[in-house]
Design a protein around this ligand. Sequence first.
Ligand SMILES: Cc1ncc(COP(=O)(O)O)c(C=O)c1O
Length: 400
Amino acid sequence: MPQLSDAINRISPSPTLAMSARVGELKRAGVDVIGLSAGEPDFNTPDFIKEAAIAAIRNNDTRYTDVDGTPALKAAIADKFARDNGLTYALNQISVNAGGKHTLFNAFLATVQAGDEVIIPAPYWVSYPDIVEFAGGTPVILPAGANQLYKILPEQLEAAITPRTKWVLLNSPSNPTGAAYSADELRALGEVLIRHPHVMVLTDDMYEHIWYADTPFATIAQVCPELYERTLTVNGASKAYAMTGWRIGFAGGPAWLIKAMAKLQSQSTSNPSSISQAAVVAALTGDQSFLVERNAAFRRRRDLVVAGLNAAPGLHCPTPEGAFYVYPDCTGCIGKRTPEDKVIETDSDLIDYFLDHARVAAVPGIAFGVSPAFRVSYATSETILTEACKRIRDACEKLS
Ligand SMILES: Cc1ncc(COP(=O)(O)O)c(C=O)c1O
């Protein structure tokens, strides 16, 4: 009889990592499968960042550091928030953690308990509800479909807030949809939150630098200074700097919360890798021009994938303004029959059909809270994406 805790039994393994594992198995078995399920850039970590890590090893920067980040990295993060977001954080308002997921985990574990509600717009990143549930809180899901470009509306937010609401979580640009809120849209949501002073705001800005809109990226504490005291602004090195394996995430926010997160970290992971921290100092303070080049490559891929998927019968793919995901609505495929006479009843059925027939792996919308739809990650070459879209189109054309 396994002696597992209620907390661990409340959560499930990450469905996106499970699909990546399935793709890995098929590839090892020699199957020509195209994996569009992984949430990481295909680019390498830039050389100047790798050099800083090598220098850190040579300089014996290999010991424990301050629990929630070196002063050098905290200073670089404070400069980043000032430069990119117009936000001022003192060093005791900055937390450095082992990846953005760890930042979120610390923040929710330090604040959420039974009876607390956390408002999560859907489609959501798969880990949000599970982290809240692990902490003992209740996720309150606010669905926003393709008809509203996957963005919640102020009146939806207003209606969801109760005396038990502890946090509202925002993620722009979004994983899984790529939807990005403009400064005006954020301000409208912020005006709702200003009226509810007991609610804290966690904004996950992990995809800040992968941005295609004509207006600049905005974050809620910047456009609503009234919320600064109760906003945790989360960001990290993983996506912009192609550093997923280095495991550095960070946040700026109220000193009392940052201190509580450090307390939790002091009793769990201790400091994030000293070498990774040195590398992220270089990433944040070095020449940022490569971000523009990579952004241009991502934009070309987005355009290719949106056009390719919209040409497939039954799919409707909105054009996202950030991140490296698209989230086509597949209502038009539901109820159709495969060549083997199997009815496609759900987005999971469609994704299984794509994997079996088209040899393309994506992630069903059921994992992200809005169905029927699926997530495609376009962080791969244009050649591969062209082939993947062709395979998906052929598979959709074979449905009757
Ligand atoms: C929206 C969002 N937030 C946070 C993270 C976590 O990033 P990290 O790899 O730094 O833990 C991810 C990673 O997929 C993400 O998509």
